[in-house]
Design a protein around this ligand. Structure first.
Ligand code: FES
Ligand code: FES
Length: 152
């Protein structure tokens, strides 16, 4: 089936079988490999993107279900919150292997857009779906707080 998806502000024409996960459309059809495959069953968060501002798992989201939505991937994450998150990530050297970090950044950005001063509990709740095998959780929490201070 052929549909048009709005990704990072741009209309993208996509031809893929019905039910093809958004993750594979991004990576294989559009060459946007910043969004990662981890588990494929909504358990790790590596594939997190925003759909109308909400973080979702693109590995279990059929691409045709987000036809009328604004999709933002790590490649298109922009604005003061995303910039502050990126800056804090860099300053605190958050990533280790880096594999999970695109998903972490997408979840962290969504959190900070809606919560100007997240507590540890808020952060843990918002980030609980993003697994890091390198256990960078302490730095992630610190970076989110640094970013909050920088933005608000
Ligand atoms: S790849 Fe989607 S949650 Fe793990
Ligand atoms: S930085 Fe290695 S999995 Fe998170």
């Amino acid at each position: 089936m052929a549909i048009t998806l709005k990704i990072n502000g741009k209309n993208e024409n996509v031809t893929a079988a019905e039910g093809t996960p958004l993750l594979w459309v991004l990576r294989d059809h559009l060459g946007m490999t910043g969004t990662k495959f981890g588990c494929g069953v909504a358990q790790c968060g590596a594939c997190t993107v925003h759909v109308d501002g909400t973080p979702i798992r693109s590995c279990i989201t059929a691409h045709e279900d987000v036809e009328d939505s604004d999709i933002v991937t790590i490649e298109g994450a922009s604005g003061k919150v995303a910039d502050a998150i990126r800056g804090a990530w860099e300053e605190l050297a958050v990533p280790q292997c880096g594999y999970c970090q695109a998903g972490q950044i997408m979840s962290a950005t969504a959190l900070l857009v809606t919560n100007k001063s997240p507590s540890d509990d808020d952060i843990d709740a918002a980030m609980s779906g993003n697994i890091c095998r390198c256990a960078t959780y302490v730095r992630i929490r610190k970076a989110i707080k640094e970013a909050a201070k920088a933005v608000y």
